[in-house]
Design a protein. Structure first.
Length: 129
């Protein structure tokens, strides 16, 4: 009997024209320590678990969100849980994020990071509370 090899998600990697600059944004947002190599930066929670990596991509094209057929489409986005949506948005803006024009939900805020990747901030709600 063949056993399946173990797979563990280690990180999600975002391309950017400046890996260090984008890593500094997410480090300010999440408060995680970073490890830097030429053209590559990793941040991860100090108590373990998957982190984020950033890779310098000279040919990076900002994704378009909401998507259109004629421009680079968003391939993924990050969902980040916060304990206070309004103050989290203000903190992200102070770090260099921008709020998107289109907001599909009242209880979620979609923002762009400095490289143009969309990400969502949300407060977890308890059903029936």
């Amino acid at each position: 009997m063949t056993t399946q090899p173990r797979f563990t998600l280690a990180a999600t990697t975002l391309d950017a024209p400046d890996a260090l600059g984008l890593a500094q944004f997410y480090q300010g947002l999440l408060g995680w320590p970073r490890r830097v190599e030429p053209g590559w930066v990793e941040i991860a929670p100090p108590d373990g678990g998957p982190g984020l990596s950033f890779q310098t991509e000279p040919l990076f094209t900002r994704p378009r969100w909401p998507s259109t057929r004629s421009e680079q489409q968003m391939m993924m986005h990050l969902d980040i849980e916060v304990n206070d949506l309004a103050s989290a948005v203000e903190h992200a803006l102070a770090l260099g994020a921008t709020v998107t024009d289109f907001q599909p939900q009242d209880d979620v805020r979609v923002l762009f990071d400095p490289a143009g990747h969309p990400f969502c901030l949300f407060e977890r709600t308890v059903p029936g509370a």
